[in-house]
Design a protein around this ligand. Sequence first.
Ligand SMILES: Nc1nc2c(ncn2[C@@H]2O[C@H](COP(=O)(O)OP(=O)(O)O)[C@@H](O)[C@H]2O)c(=O)[nH]1
Ligand SMILES: [Mg+2]
Length: 257
Amino acid sequence: MGLTTQSTGIYAFVEEMHQDPNFNTDAVIALAGNPNTGKSTVFNGLTGLNQHTGNWPGKTVVLAKGIYEHRGKKITLVDLPGTYSLLANSADEQVARDFICFGNPDATVVVADATCLERNLNLVLQVMEITPKTILCLNLIDEAKRKAIRIDRNGLERLLGIPVVPTVARDKGGLAELENTIHEVALGKRQMNPRQTIYHQAIEEALRELQAELEEVLQGKLNSRWVALRLLDGDSSIIDEIRRYLITSTTQVGKEV
Ligand SMILES: Nc1nc2c(ncn2[C@@H]2O[C@H](COP(=O)(O)OP(=O)(O)O)[C@@H](O)[C@H]2O)c(=O)[nH]1
Ligand SMILES: [Mg+2]
């Protein structure tokens, strides 16, 4: 099956969301993370019963979106399928990737398991490569404590250059701070400066050349470094998706927030 935008229904989903007369939101937030990190617990903790579950158009991927209010702003959360990577080897990964890349979220929260941070950071770094508006929700802090794992939150924030919020989602611990952080990042009240992954010198040189050319074509619609990396990867599914996005984005996807 061709891995196309139509098959994942990204535009159908985003359009449907914005055209819904009841949809009245100030920011859309993507919730990503490895399976079993507590994503749905965070999602339920923030949105309560104010949510809707359905299948991603054209796929058997389950997707939930929900709304909550914070400091007078309506925030929409989209609970993406659990994924270990965004390199799109499966329908789940593709949906998560497409929403983060092409769905125009105002921020992306990556929920990570604090007991195995190293494995979870792979996805965090991939998301940071796509969007500077990335927040790390360090969940299962209670389990980490039980295993005598201590995480230097400030050190991690410094190293990654993104906000890090420790949570115990099952007890709603830290969710108030997560709401504040989402608000600041999504509404542009916090300066973001994510650390970039630096590749081998030859790759960095190729990236510089490609980026210079891409800037003109992309006109700020997509992150040029990320697109250049995908071109170097030669990942045809994402290249098709980027092409489709650039054609359709001018006519179809308009942000109304
Ligand atoms: N101990 C502990 N368990 C949690 C926490 N957050 C979620 N869980 C549990 O972890 C399991 C997976 O959570 P879920 O939200 O379904 O994860 P998802 O697959 O990422 O959506 C469930 O049994 C939750 O009750 C937490 O902060 N601490
Ligand atoms: Mg879940």
